[in-house]
Design a protein around this ligand. Structure first.
Ligand SMILES: O=P(O)(O)OC[C@H]1O[C@H](OP(=O)(O)OP(=O)(O)O)[C@H](O)[C@@H]1O
Ligand code: HPA
Ligand SMILES: [Mg+2]
Length: 188
């Protein structure tokens, strides 16, 4: 089993995630009180969190996705965000909830805020599972936070390293320098 592998240290168990996602869903349901929401997940990382969270939000909502990427195969942001899929639902004058797996440097969310502005939503709030401030470079205001994690490169529950580990049920810290496919000279 991956979760027992010695390159991974479990930080947040599947049970804790389940309980916290339910709390976030309750809080969001109360805040919007039946106001229709457009919930926008950021692919790929948010796919599992999004799927679990929306099932705890009561009230009318529609879902949509954008696909943004800036990490490539490494553990550091390239600083360049690529959008390969824009939103498809009309968000003009509507309340938007952005769902993200992790806020790290803040670059991805800052970019998305600019993209969303062009679509003229009534309001935008951000919900992330993990807020990791160690490497923050850009101020972003996140309204709903699942867990604060101080440091480390994290994988599992949607989060990847070079596309690996997304399927793991908890959140794990990856041992620095480890690569699941072995040594890679560029990542020494
Ligand atoms: O705050 P930041 O430093 O911008 O980092 C956070 C973003 O980085 C990751 O996406 P990635 O580019 O790895 O794409 P992915 O979601 O497909 O894994 C993660 O899923 C967030 O979207
Ligand atoms: O810690 C992380 N893990 C996985 N993907 C990420 N993208 C930004 N930070 C991280
Ligand atoms: Mg990634």
């Amino acid at each position: 089993m991956h979760q027992d592998a010695d390159e991974l240290e479990e930080l947040i168990s599947p049970d804790r995630i389940r309980a916290r996602v339910r709390e976030l869903g309750d809080e969001i349901s109360r805040d919007y009180e039946g106001r229709p929401l457009v919930v926008v997940g950021i692919l790929k990382g948010a796919f599992i969190f999004m799927a679990d969270l929306v099932r705890h939000i009561r009230g009318p909502l529609v879902v949509d996705f954008v696909r943004l990427a800036s990490y490539g195969s490494g553990t550091r942001s390239t600083g360049e965000v690529h959008i390969t899929k824009d939103i498809e639902v009309d968000v003009e004058d509507r309340d938007v909830l952005v769902v993200e797996d992790i806020v790290d440097t803040g670059t991805t969310l800052r970019y998305l805020e600019e993209v969303l502005k062009l679509h003229k939503p009534r309001s935008v709030r951000i919900c992330c599972l993990i807020d990791k401030k160690e490497r923050r470079e850009t101020d972003v205001s996140v309204h709903y936070v699942g867990f604060d994690v101080p440091r480390g490169f994290l994988v599992g529950y949607g989060l990847d390293f070079d596309e690996h580990y997304r399927h793991l049920p908890g959140i794990y810290r990856l041992r620095p320098g480890y690569h699941p496919e072995g040594f890679r000279p560029s990542e020494k």
